[in-house]
Design a protein around this ligand. Structure first.
Ligand SMILES: [Zn+2]
Length: 159
């Protein structure tokens, strides 16, 4: 057990938050930010590091990320000052980013945060998009909740 415990302690001590995107890695800037094969025009904004890792596992985003560290939440008393926003604004100010993808949760707080972020980022003149919501892959319609069904119908597109 001791070698395992030592290895875990060493790993925990080496992990730090990336100053540029908020990802967790043993390097700062992190492996994603320093990957030269990534599309630096695209920045995908997520709530938590786990969301970033989920997108990485799915190999669906080849751009950069930004981890907010949460959402605005009236109930939890989380305001804009509690979010990791400054590095994202600095990156947009530096130029080069053409699209910010908001990949926030389909919750009231996620939607509130997406609206707020859209207003906050509009002055930079970049495209701001949101991930779609609707029928999950392999999902049957009759088991979906009303909110998901409504979102799926609103997000319909030409067949
Ligand atoms: Zn990073």
């Amino acid at each position: 057990m001791l070698p395992l415990a030592t290895a875990l302690a060493e790993a925990a001590a080496a992990i730090r938050s990336c100053d540029e995107c908020g990802n967790l890695d043993s390097r700062n800037p992190c492996g994603v930010c320093t990957d030269v094969h990534r599309d630096r025009h695209l920045v995908c904004v997520v709530e938590q590091v786990g969301d970033l890792w989920a997108l990485e596992r799915a190999h669906v985003h080849r751009g950069l990320y930004h981890v907010l560290g949460g959402t605005l939440s009236a109930l939890a008393g989380q305001g804009p000052e509690d979010l990791n926003l400054r590095p994202l604004l600095a990156r947009l100010e530096a130029g080069g980013v053409t699209e910010v993808i908001l990949a926030l949760g389909a919750t009231v707080d996620g939607a509130t945060t997406a609206h707020w972020l859209t207003d906050r980022l509009k002055p930079f003149g970049v495209a701001i998009t949101r991930v779609g919501q609707g029928v999950p892959m392999g999902g049957a319609l009759d088991v979906l909740d009303d909110g998901t069904l409504a979102a799926a119908l609103r997000a319909r597109r030409p067949a």
